[in-house]
Each structure stands twice: as C-alpha cells, then as structure tokens.
Design a protein around this ligand. Structure first.
Ligand code: OAD
Length: 258
C-alpha cells in the first residue's frame, strides 16, 4: 500500500499527534457505523426513538434493551489492525486518541488515556442522581425489544446508558481535554467520521486554525474533507498499519538516539 507522501512527512515531522476517530475506525471490527448506506445504525433505526432524552423518558425499557444489545455485540468483537497500529504508534511517539466511539476497542488494542467524547457503552449511571452504577448488567442471550433498566441503589432512579444522546452536552472534561490536545498537536489524523455531529466535528478545524497538519483517512468524502490538508481515501485497518510500518524505523532510530 502506498502511503501518501504528504501524510508520511507530516507524521515524521510531528512531535505531538492526535488521532480523532469515529465509527469508521471500528467498522472493520464488525461494529456498524451510524450513517453508512445499508449498514449504518441510523439507516435502520430512528435516532429519535433510541438516542435522545425524550426517547428514554417515553420508553426506557426499549432504549435500555437496544444499548444492552450494542454493549453485548461489542464484547464479542476484536480491535482491528487500525486500532492496533494506533497503539503501536503511541509506543514510539507522542500519540493521543480522541474518539466519538462508545466502544472500548482502542483500549483493548493497548491505547491509554483515550478521550471519549460521547461516553461509553460499558459505563452506566443513574438517570436521576447521576451516580455511577457499578452493579451487574445482564445482557440477554437473544434479541429482545424491552428490558427494564436496573434501579439505582442510592436513590431508586433508573440506571441509564453512559453515552451522550442527541440534545445532551458532551462531558465537559473530555471536551476540554480534546480541544487542548488538538490545539497543541502538530498533526491531527481524522479517521472514520462523517464530520456531521457537532461539537466533535469541529475539532479538525480547531486543529487547523491552531497550526496542525490535518490528514483525513476515510474511503469517502466527508464534511471534514475540505478542512484536511491531505485526504487519504482508504480504510482505517488498511491505512493506519501502512502508515505506522512506514514510520516505525525512523521513530525507533530517533528513540534510540534520545
Ligand atoms: P458516521 O456513521 O456518521 O460516519 C462513519 C464514517 O466512517 C463515514 O464517513 C464512512 O465513510 C467512514 N467509514 C466507513 N467504513 C470505514 C473504514 N473501514 N475505515 C475508515 N472510515 C470508514 O459515524 P460518526 O462520524 O462516528 O453520536 O458519527 C458521529 C456520531 O453520530 C456518533 O458518535 C454517534 C452518532 O449519532 C452519538 O451517539 C451521540
């Protein structure tokens, strides 16, 4: 695979790298994206029935069952070569990950301190008192339409998924960390996001204004493509290992000299 020269140069020059990822990062692990034609979750389900505070208020058991099935599905897939390449790169250079994904595939590939802008499928909290829920969560063996959510041991409220829904604010600490990271970065690699959902979609522009090189890895054109200095029309699991393979000898030499 040919790595675009400009992407390779930007990666070799960069002292600080941030990889900003979206659903396409996990697509080759078998996790469906949201907006891809045919396979995207929002092509098959109505986001307003599942991923809004109003949906939760209307039918918590329906929303809970859907998130449980996504939680269960992610537990059965593995990080792909793209996730692993990002973790390998971070062992050789200052590379951080900011993700919109609610799966834990970056962590399972070995990335540390991943900034999760949209929360996590594996974290739960009380919808009323906000206390984190550490109790067990039973994933049904078969697809079911409704499952009653557990009850908060502290206040008796309903336990909800620890993800960000449409109309909700991002966790402030994660957002502030993400902005600080991209503002300090020399290179921001934007992988597998349609760049439609704000504020996360604004990070590449923040990075560019602050002086970073912006490289997009995505098989298709997106709302971020215009902001990128380099567009690489390739999939995450193909592009990222090729990039890191090309970089590794120089980064290893540099590390040996330090
Ligand atoms: P989308 O489904 O909107 O976009 C997925 C992107 O990944 C598209 O641009 C695809 O072209 C690209 N893609 C598909 N396969 C790929 C691959 N193998 N390698 C690289 N890219 C690939 O997903 P997001 O942009 O992540 O929010 O969506 C943003 C947010 O919208 C999500 O975090 C979620 C959703 O509603 C919340 O739930 C709050």
């Amino acid at each position: 695979m040919r790595v675009p020269e400009a992407a390779l140069e930007a990666a070799l020059d960069a002292r600080r790298v941030v990889v900003v990822t979206g659903a396409g990062m996990s697509a080759e692990s078998g996790v469906p994206t949201f907006r891809d034609a045919q396979t995207g979750l929002w092509e098959r389900y109505a986001a307003e029935d599942l991923a809004t505070p109003e949906a939760w208020d209307r039918d918590p058991a329906f929303v809970w069952a859907w998130y449980l099935s996504r939680f269960g599905a992610v537990a059965h897939v593995e990080p792909n070569a793209g996730h692993r390449a990002v973790a390998r790169w971070a062992a050789l250079a200052d590379v951080r990950v900011v993700t919109q994904n609610v799966d834990d595939l970056h962590e399972r590939a070995g990335s540390r301190d991943v900034v999760h802008l949209h929360g996590s499928l594996a974290s739960f909290r009380c919808a009323r008192c906000e206390t984190a829920y550490a109790g067990t969560v039973d994933v049904p063996d078969t697809e079911v339409d409704r499952v009653d959510p557990p009850t908060c041991p502290r206040c008796g409220g309903r336990v909800r998924p620890g993800v960000v829904w449409f109309g909700e604010l991002l966790p402030l600490d994660a957002w502030e960390q993400a902005v600080a990271l991209v503002e300090a970065a020399d290179l921001v690699l934007v992988v597998g996001t349609s760049g439609i959902v704000h504020p996360a979609a604004g990070l590449p522009a923040v990075a560019r204004r602050a002086g970073a090189a912006v490289v997009e890895v995505n098989p298709l054109e997106t709302d971020v493509s215009d902001v990128a200095h380099v567009v690489w029309r390739e999939s995450a699991a193909m592009a990222l290992p090729a990039l890191v393979d090309s970089l590794a000898p120089a980064l290893e030499r540099r590390r040996g000299q330090a």
